[in-house]
Write a protein that binds this ligand. Structure first.
Ligand SMILES: Cc1cc2nc3c(=O)[nH]c(=O)nc-3n(C[C@H](O)[C@H](O)[C@H](O)COP(=O)(O)O)c2cc1C
Length: 243
C-alpha cells in the first residue's frame, strides 16, 4: 500500500461534521485538484456551485430528503455538468450549438471525474464528504433556488466538513465481481458471486443496527420500479438533447 491507495481505501461517507469552517485555501486547492482530472478532449464540461446562503441551504436540505446535513455542513456544493460555455463559444463563432446525447454524457462523465477528484482532495486534507443524490428529487426546485441557466445540468450535491463521526467501512463487491478477463461472466457465475457478497453485507447491516437485508434483495426492489421519472423532461428543459 502506498499513501494514495491507503487514502482511497479509507473512504467512508461522512454525514456529521464539526462546525469548523474550511479555509478558503483548502477549498481552492481541492477545486484545482478536481480540475486536474482527465476531461474528454479537454472540454471541461462541469462547474460547481458553492451554496453559501443559509436560506438556500435550508431549501435544498428540505427538497433533498429532507437531509439536515445539507443545511448544516460547513460547505455544500452542487456539482453540475456544464455545456453553457460551449454554447457561448459556439454562438460567438457564429455557429449553432447542436449537442446531442454524447454532449450530455460528456458533461456527466466530466463532472463526475472532477467531483471524485475534488472529494479525494478534501479527504486527503482530513475532511469528510458525502455526495447528495437527493438533490435530484426535485431539480425544478433546485433551479428555482439557484437560478441555474440553460445548458447547466445539476447532477448531485456534496457536503464537506471536518468529520464528527467515524463510520465503519461499507463493504464492496469483491474485485472478482467487477474485474473480468476478456469476457463478461455468465449469469450463474455472477449470481454466485452476489450470494457470497450478500452474506457479508447482511452482517455489516446488522452490525450497524440496520434491518438485516441482503444487498441483492435491496437492489432487486430498488430497480424493480423506475426512479425519479421526471429527469428526462427536466434535462431536456435545460437544453439537453438526449437523442
Ligand atoms: C452520486 C451519489 C449520490 C449519493 N447521495 C446520497 C444522499 O443523498 N445522501 C446520503 O446520505 N448519501 C448519499 N450517497 C452516499 C452513498 O450512500 C455511499 O457512498 C454508499 O452507500 C457507500 O458508502 P461509503 O461512501 O461510506 O463507502 C451518495 C453517493 C453517490 C456516489
Amino acid at each position: 500500500m502506498n499513501a494514495t491507495l491507503e487514502l482511497l481505501n479509507s473512504h467512508r461517507s461522512v454525514r456529521t461534521y464539526t462546525p469548523d469552517p474550511i479555509p478558503e485555501e483548502h477549498i481552492l486547492r481541492a477545486v484545482e485538484a478536481g480540475q486536474a482530472a482527465s476531461t474528454s478532449s479537454a472540454v471541461q464540461a462541469y462547474c460547481v456551485i458553492r451554496v453559501r446562503d443559509e436560506g438556500e441551504r435550508r431549501s435544498l436540505a428540505e427538497l433533498a430528503g429532507p437531509q439536515e446535513k445539507v443545511a448544516v455542513a460547513p460547505e455544500f456544493f452542487v456539482i453540475c455538468g456544464d455545456t453553457r460555455r460551449h454554447r457561448l463559444m459556439t454562438r460567438r463563432a457564429g455557429l449553432e450549438y447542436s449537442g446531442n446525447l454524447e454532449a450530455f454524457l460528456l458533461a456527466v462523465i466530466d463532472a463526475s471525474l472532477f467531483a471524485q477528484n475534488l472529494c479525494v482532495a478534501f479527504e486527503s486534507m482530513g475532511y469528510g464528504i458525502c455526495y447528495i443524490g437527493g438533490l435530484r428529487n426535485d431539480l425544478a426546485r433546485v433551479d428555482e433556488v439557484l437560478e441555474i441557466p440553460e445548458g447547466v445540468y445539476p447532477l448531485y450535491g456534496l457536503c464537506v466538513g471536518v468529520p464528527a463521526e467515524e463510520p465503519s467501512h461499507r463493504p464492496r463487491l469483491p474485485a472478482s465481481s467487477v474485474l473480468f478477463d476478456d469476457r463478461y461472466p455468465d449469469d450463474q457465475a455472477m449470481l454466485e458471486e452476489i450470494d457470497r457478497y450478500d452474506e457479508g453485507y447482511s452482517a455489516y447491516r446488522v452490525a450497524r443496527g440496520a434491518s438485516p437485508g441482503t444487498w441483492s434483495g435491496i437492489m432487486g426492489s430498488k430497480f424493480a420500479s423506475p426512479q425519479r421519472g421526471d429527469l428526462g423532461p427536466y434535462y431536456r428543459g435545460k437544453g439537453a438533447d438526449l437523442s
